[in-house]
Ligand binder design. Structure first.
Ligand SMILES: [Zn+2]
Length: 139
C-alpha cells in the first residue's frame, strides 16, 4: 500500500504494546498486516498474543490492501482538536479480501457517497518515523 508522509501530524499517536507494534511498523513499510495462526489457519484482527480459535501463537500475514465497506458511520460532531476540523468524516469497518475486518477512517469521497459494499483500498499515513496508521479510500 502507498505510504503518505505528512509534513506534520497533530492527532494522537498510536501507543502500541509489544503485540500491536509490528502492525504499525509494517504499515510504515507499506504492508497491511493481520494475524494468521500457523496451527489452525484462523485469521484475526486486532492483534492478540494468542489465536482466538486454538490458543497457538499467531503469525503475521500481509493483506492485499483491498476490501469493502462492511459498515460505517458518519461523524458530524467531535469536539476534539484536530478532529473537529475534518468534520464530517467517515469511520468504517472494512472487510478485507482475506476475510478479517479492520476499523479505519475512510477518505477520498463525500460521506454521503459511502455505502456498504463500496470497494476500498488501504493507504498508510506515517505519523512518526517507523510508525504508520492505515487509512482507506475508494478503490
Ligand atoms: Zn489457531
Amino acid at each position: 500500500m502507498e505510504v503518505v508522509r505528512p509534513e506534520a501530524w497533530h492527532k494522537p499517536l498510536p501507543d502500541p504494546d509489544a503485540t500491536e507494534r509490528p502492525f504499525y511498523e509494517a504499515a510504515a513499510r507499506g504492508e497491511l498486516r493481520f494475524q494468521q495462526c500457523p496451527a489452525c489457519a484462523h485469521r484475526q484482527f486486532y492483534p492478540r498474543a494468542l489465536c482466538t480459535a486454538c490458543g497457538a501463537a499467531p503469525e503475521w500475514a500481509i493483506a492485499s490492501g483491498r476490501g469493502s465497506v462492511y459498515t460505517f458511520t458518519i461523524l458530524r460532531q467531535y469536539h476534539a482538536e484536530h478532529f473537529r476540523d475534518e468534520l464530517p468524516y467517515v469511520v468504517a469497518m472494512i472487510e478485507l479480501e482475506e476475510g478479517v475486518k479492520m476499523f479505519g477512517t475512510l477518505t477520498g469521497c463525500e460521506p454521503e457517497a459511502v455505502r456498504i459494499g463500496l470497494p476500498v483500498e488501504a493507504y498508510a499515513v506515517e505519523v512518526e518515523a517507523g510508525t504508520a496508521i492505515p487509512f482507506w479510500r475508494p478503490a
